[in-house]
Write a new protein. Structure first.
Length: 542
């Protein structure tokens, strides 16, 4: 039994040795987490109407804002590079990192107390199109989430940061699955009696489990938490890097709040449609873009600190092309197969046909910018690895300004439906990434743009041909061969068309000699390597 425990511990806390292997681990676990996430959305769509779900999703606006400021702002941009930079000096690392954690906790408590007190006022301001009763319920649920969910998510994500800094990714990747399970189970068990309060309580339970499952990370690391706050040059260095990133997040969250306000003016269910379409687009973004971003930061930081500039530049160029190779076909598939995709993921009992069509159209406009959105998470971390958080801030400030202005014009002046907000987002994120790439190009003394352009052109040709063939196949199968009024046949339709699309895309890529095609071979070999390592760990057989 002790041997089994030791080998399980060895497997869970195994440290990855390359950026590619780390990406595979994160992407694999994100796929599992997202499957549970969309199971959660489908369960909610079966129990509640889109107008009722407006209440549920709007309740997360302020808790999400605080979470993004403290975690996306302070943790992802600064905490991990900072943790790595001082890893050899364990004593100072413990003092300084503990100080950072304690400052964040104090800020968190202050923000929670303030927001719980003024929540009724700010909800009236940001949801102008909702009734008083709807605003009252959203306010109460938001207060529950601030007190019951947010602290556990913040604490849990600091443990995630410590684990990722040590290049150990498995346990933090399992935590979101447990979080989603809490919501799903509480919805099934309590929706009949507690109505919308059931999934809200599920969020609280899931957040606690998210934190609890990661506590072993603290005991398995060399980091020693100390209840202290000390001033030092290193602490100022951290906040000097973190503050521009926090401002970037604040501006982005203001933009997201404007989206919520505008959707309240577009009728009941509009925010749910926007929210669900956006999160469906985030599925490939999180699996590929975020996975590359999370996995790359520790390695990019180390390479940059050792002043290996050529290797640093090569990692960036190869990673950008790898992401584009994987994301371009997914973006195209989401556009031409949008309706059956939405029906499969959200086709609950109370999710009607009008909501399905509008969500599908909104998804297609989000998908236009999917390649750029996926690249965004990686390219920003290239700057963070160089301890430059100002450049992403200014680029985001410009793009978010574009998004906000376009959103206001589309909804208030042109009176366009909710899909127009997706158009505004796609334009803005594309501008953001182009600005960042141009700056990085000159900052690193030029990428090989000719080579990158040739590879990208080949990918676009392969994607275009695959779309033409498989959109015809989709029309042939939908209704003529498969009765897609049943969910199981929608599933078969998606399986057949996606496999056909994938195989054709890979075949044409092979004909065009797309170099990134060999990424698939590397992935296959890595999966076989992991299978071998798991067998070795548990059997002791080499």
């Amino acid at each position: 039994m002790q041997l089994l425990i030791n080998r399980t511990k060895q497997f869970i806390f195994a440290q990855q040795t390359s950026m590619f292997s780390s990406t595979i681990i994160i992407a694999s676990m994100l796929i599992v987490a997202r499957i549970f996430g969309f199971w959660r959305y489908r369960v909610l769509a079966g129990f509640f109407t889109t107008a009722e779900l407006d209440i549920f999703f709007a309740s997360f606006r302020w808790p999400d804002l605080i979470f993004e400021i403290l975690i996306t702002g302070a943790l992802t941009s600064s905490f991990i590079p900072y943790f790595i930079k001082y890893e050899k000096d364990k004593k100072n690392q413990s003092i300084n990192v503990s100080t950072i954690i304690n400052v964040v906790i104090l800020v968190l408590l202050a923000l929670i107390c303030m927001l719980v007190a003024i929540m009724p006022l700010i909800m009236n301001i940001i949801t102008p199109g909702y009734t008083e009763e709807k605003i009252r319920i959203i306010t109460f649920y938001s207060q529950v989430l601030l007190l019951g969910q947010l602290p556990y998510l913040v604490f849990g994500n600091f443990l995630t940061g410590i684990s990722q800094a040590r290049k150990s990714f498995l346990l933090p990747a399992i935590a979101p699955v447990i979080y989603n399970l809490g919501i799903i189970l509480m919805t099934y068990l309590g929706a009949g009696q507690l109505h919308m309060l059931a999934p809200i309580l599920g969020v609280v339970i899931g957040a606690f489990a998210f934190f609890l499952i990661q506590i072993p990370i603290l005991f398995n690391s060399d980091f020693l938490y100390i209840f202290t706050i000390r001033k030092s040059k290193e602490i100022w260095e951290f906040f000097k890097v973190a503050i521009p990133r926090i401002f970037t997040v604040v501006v982005a969250q203001i933009d997201a709040t404007i989206d919520l306000s505008l959707t309240t003016l577009l009728g009941g269910g509009s925010y749910t449609i926007f929210y669900l379409a956006q999160h469906l687009q985030l599925l490939p973004v999180s699996i590929l873009g975020m996975a590359f971003g999370q996995a790359s930061l520790p390695y990019l930081t180390e390479v940059y600190q050792h002043k290996h500039k050529d290797e640093f530049k090569k990692i960036i160029a190869d990673s950008l092309l790898n992401v584009m190779f994987l994301v371009l076909p997914i973006s195209a598939y989401l556009i031409f197969a949008r309706t059956p995709i939405v029906r499969f993921f959200y086709g609950g009992e109370k999710f009607d046909w009008e909501s399905t069509n509008l969500t599908a159209l909104t998804l297609s406009y989000f998908a236009l910018s999917l390649p750029f959105h996926s690249i965004y998470y990686f390219i920003t971390r290239c700057f963070y690895a160089m301890f430059d958080s100002r450049t992403p801030f200014f680029a985001s400030f410009i793009s978010i300004g574009i998004n906000g202005i376009l959103s206001l014009i589309f909804v208030l002046l042109l009176r366009l439906p909710v899909w127009s907000l997706a158009v505004a987002f796609s334009i803005s994120i594309t501008v953001n990434v182009i600005i960042l790439f141009i700056i990085l190009h000159f900052k690193l003394k030029f990428f090989d743009l000719r080579y990158m352009g040739e590879e990208l052109t080949k990918m676009l040709i392969a994607t275009g041909i695959s779309v033409l063939v498989n959109s015809a196949l989709l029309r042939l199968l939908d209704g003529l061969i498969l009765d897609t009024t049943r969910t199981i046949n929608v599933f078969f339709l998606l399986i057949i068309t996606s496999l056909s699309f994938l195989l054709l895309y890979l075949f044409i890529s092979w004909l065009l000699n797309v170099k990134e095609l060999y990424l698939i071979t590397k992935m296959t070999l890595k999966f076989k390597e992991y299978q071998r390592k798991i067998i070795e760990i548990y059997t002791g057989v080499q």
